[in-house]
Write a protein that binds this ligand. Structure first.
Ligand code: NAD
Length: 378
C-alpha cells in the first residue's frame, strides 16, 4: 500500500543523494532536477517543488530558537516546526502548547538517535552553544536528517570538516545559519560587488559590534572553550560579510588585537590581506556599537549600514542609491524557506558547510595572529 510518509522520506533522501552526485542522472531527472538530453527517453522531468513543506526540529531551545527561529518558522511556506530536541524538560510544555508539537516529536539530547525513525522530521536545526555544534550536527546527520547549523559553524576547521563529512556520508544536506545571505538588500549589495559597480576594488571595512557588557563567566558566552567572546559571536559576521562583499578569500591575517578583560575577548580588531594585495580592516565587539560593511573602489563605494541586525539593514552607494527599503518580515523566514527549497529541489544551498569552515579558519588565524603578533597565513 502507498505510504505517503515513506514516499516523502524516500524523496528527500534521493534529493540528498543527487545533491552529492551519488545517484545517476535519470534519477536526478526524476527528482525534479534540470532535464538533460537523455531525459526525453526517461520519465518526464518533475516541476521544481513549490508547495511542499519540510518538518523541522529545533535542537536547543535558548534565546535565538525561542525569540527568532520558532516565530520565523510560523511564516515559512516550505517548513513546519514539527519537533523539539532539548536538555531542559521544563521547557517542553510551553513549546508543545505554543506550537502544537506532538508528544512523539519531543526528544532529549540523549535519545536524539531515535529521531531516525520519525518521518515527520526532515531537518534538525542545531541552535546551541558553538562548541556543541559538532557533536549535535554529526548525531543529527547520522540519524539521517538534513542539518541546519547555527553560526559560527564550529570551534575550528577540523570540527567543521567532521560535520561536512558526516553529512556527506549520510547523504544529507547541510546549511549554515547565515541569515544575511538571504536578506534581499544584502543580496542587492552582493550584486553590486559581483559586477564591480564602481570599478576595481581598493579596500574593505567590516564592523559589527553592540554595546553590551562583559559576558559573565558563568554563561557560555563568557567561556572561551564554549565559543564565547566577540570574535566567534559577532566577528563571524564581519568575516562572512567580507566574503560576500568582496567575493574573495583572504590569504592572510596581517595583524590582530584582542581585548580580553576575562577569558574571552570583548573587542577584536584585525587586518586581512587578499591575493591581489588588497586589505580589509575588521572590528568586532560586544561592548561597543558599530555596524558597517563597506567596499571601496576606484570610482566610488557601496556599503551596508547597519549590515547585520535582525531588522532594518540598509545599503547605499556613493552614487546616492539607497538599497532598500528594509524587508517586511524576517530574514530567518527567508533563510529557512530557501534552505528547504534547496533540499526539495536538489539545488545548492546558499550557505554551505565549506563556507562555514572557511570563516572559522579566518577566526582561528585572527586568534593566532593576536597571540603571536605575527602575520598568519589562512
Ligand atoms: P542561548 O544561551 O540563549 O541558548 C543556548 C541553548 O543551548 C540553551 O537552550 C541551552 O540549554 C542549550 N545547550 C545545549 N547544550 C548546552 C551546553 N553544553 N551548554 C550550555 N547550553 C547548552 O544561546 P543562543 O543565543 O540561542 O545561541 C545559540 C546558537 O545560535 C549559537 O551558536 C549562536 O552563535 C547562534 N546565534 C545565531 C544568531 C543569528 O542571528 N544567526 C543569533 C543568536 C545566536
Amino acid at each position: 500500500m502507498h505510504d505517503p510518509k515513506k514516499s516523502r522520506r524516500r524523496f528527500l533522501r534521493q534529493s540528498a543523494l543527487a545533491a552529492t552526485g551519488l545517484i545517476l542522472a535519470p534519477m536526478i531527472v526524476g527528482c525534479g532536477n534540470k532535464s538533460t538530453a537523455s531525459s526525453t527517453t526517461s520519465a518526464p522531468a518533475a516541476a521544481p517543488v513549490k508547495d511542499r513543506q519540510l518538518g523541522v526540529a529545533l535542537l536547543g531551545l535558548g534565546g535565538y530558537a525561542k525569540g527568532q527561529i520558532a516565530p520565523s518558522l510560523q511564516f515559512t511556506k516550505h517548513c513546519r516546526l514539527t519537533g523539539i530536541i532539548t536538555g531542559s524538560p521544563e521547557k517542553v510544555p510551553e513549546w508543545q502548547e505554543k506550537y502544537g508539537i506532538r508528544e512523539e516529536n519531543v526528544y532529549a539530547y540523549d535519545n536524539l538517535e531515535a529521531i531516525a525513525d520519525n518521518a515527520e522530521i526532515d531537518v534538525v536545526y542545531v541552535i546551541t552553544p558553538t562548541a556543541t555544534h559538532k557533536d549535535f550536527a554529526v548525531r543529527a546527520a547520522n540519524a539521517g536528517k538534513h542539518v541546519w547549523c547555527e553560526k559560527p559553524m564550529a570551534m575550528n576547521p577540523a570540527d567543521c570538516q567532521v560535520i561536512i563529512d558526516a553529512c556527506t556520508r549520510n547523504h544529507v544536506r547541510l546549511s549554515i545559519g547565515y541569515r544575511m545571505l538571504h536578506e534581499p538588500n544584502t543580496q542587492k549589495f552582493i550584486g553590486l560587488s559581483k559586477k564591480k559597480a564602481f570599478g576595481a576594488f581598493t579596500g574593505f571595512t567590516s564592523l559589527a559590534g553592540y554595546a553590551g557588557s562583559d559576558p559573565p563567566t558563568d554563561n557560555w558566552r563568557g567561556q572561551r572553550a564554549m565559543g564565547g567572546g566577540a570574535l566567534y559571536d559577532m566577528g563571524v559576521y564581519t568575516i562572512n560579510g567580507l566574503r560576500y562583499g568582496t567575493q574573495l578569500n583572504p590569504v592572510a591575517v596581517v595583524s590582530a588585537n584582542q581585548y580580553r578583560p576575562t577569558e574571552v575577548d570583548v573587542t577584536t580588531e584585525y587586518t586581512l590581506e587578499y591575493a591581489n594585495g588588497l586589505m580589509a580592516e575588521g572590528k568586532t565587539s560586544v561592548v561597543t556599537e558599530y555596524n558597517q560593511l563597506r567596499i571601496d573602489a576606484e570610482n566610488g563605494w557601496h556599503q551596508m549600514e547597519p549590515m547585520q541586525p535582525y531588522d532594518g539593514v540598509q545599503g547605499m552607494t556613493s552614487a546616492g542609491t539607497v538599497l532598500g527599503p528594509p524587508i517586511d518580515g524576517k530574514q530567518q523566514t527567508l533563510q529557512m524557506d530557501n534552505d528547504a527549497l534547496a533540499i526539495m529541489n536538489n539545488q545548492p544551498v546558499i550557505a554551505p558547510g565549506k563556507m562555514g569552515l572557511a570563516d572559522v579558519a579566518v577566526i582561528r588565524a585572527i586568534i593566532e595572529s593576536a597571540e603571536t603578533g605575527k602575520r598568519v597565513l589562512i
